[in-house]
Design a protein around this ligand. Structure first.
Ligand code: GLN
Length: 226
């Protein structure tokens, strides 16, 4: 029997939330409520137990280099469950600092290399030339998106056959100053540099709601094998 409760995990909600990223979760709750669903948001923070398969959706926001360093080691405890969840095609949205940590590493401007989860073939590096700040516009499969970016890390895909960008830049930098692309789409995983928050763009928000509801139906019908 269908339950009307959508379970959302917010990874390190108290530490990873720059430039209004928690607004993404608020918008999803609002849209889901309009469709008759209650939502339960769990802050999965330092030291907490976490099984990705207990959730309908996982959100991971942006963070300063300092907060990324604080959570990096703890995050590794969840590598296996997140990797299985993402590769199974379940929905997850990662913004900026959270997006960077899904790759192999992020080398910061102070020369520290923060180990990522190595779930997706990408890496992020600071290059002396640029901090990427400002409004962005890009074209996605759901139409145009307008947002705000502020990052010093430049993200590069290591395997371009497997990974597709979320969008093609119209204005701003996106993943890095060279490639002219923003973010990442992999199955039902979205990575993005967009704050503002991203999901104020209703075209993307509605697409994410669809992904969440599809996964929810599947999860309540037959709990996934872990
Ligand atoms: N600290 C990272 C960077 O500067 C991510 C920033 C963010 O999440 N806003 O690239």
């Amino acid at each position: 029997m269908e339950t009307k409760l959508i379970k959302i995990a917010y990874l390190y909600e108290n530490l990873m939330n720059t430039y209004g990223d928690s607004g993404d979760v608020k918008i999803l709750r609002f849209l889901l409520k309009r469709q008759g669903y209650e939502t339960q948001v769990t802050n999965v923070s330092l030291g907490d137990d976490f099984d990705a398969f207990d959730y309908d959706f996982i959100f991971f926001g942006g963070g300063q280099d300092f907060e990324q360093t604080v959570i990096a080691k703890d995050l590794q405890r969840h590598q296996a469950t997140l990797s299985k969840y993402i590769h199974a095609g379940h929905p997850m949205l990662c913004i900026c600092g959270g997006y960077q940590l899904m790759g192999s590493y992020y080398k910061t401007n102070s020369g520290i290399t923060i180990k990522g989860l190595n779930i997706l073939p990408l890496h992020t590096i600071f290059k002396a030339d640029k901090r990427m700040i400002g409004d962005t516009r890009y074209m996605t499969e759901w139409g145009e998106v307008r947002a705000f970016e502020n990052h010093s890390g430049q993200t590069y895909f290591d395997n371009t056959d497997q990974l597709h960008p979320l969008g093609n830049m119209i204005a701003g930098y996106g993943n890095n100053p060279q490639d002219g692309v923003e973010g990442l789409r992999y199955r039902h995983f979205i990575g993005s540099y967009s704050h503002g928050p991203l999901l104020k763009n209703m075209n993307v928000a509605n697409a994410v709601v669809k992904m969440i509801l599809a996964h929810h139906q599947e999860r309540v019908a037959a709990p996934a094998t872990k």
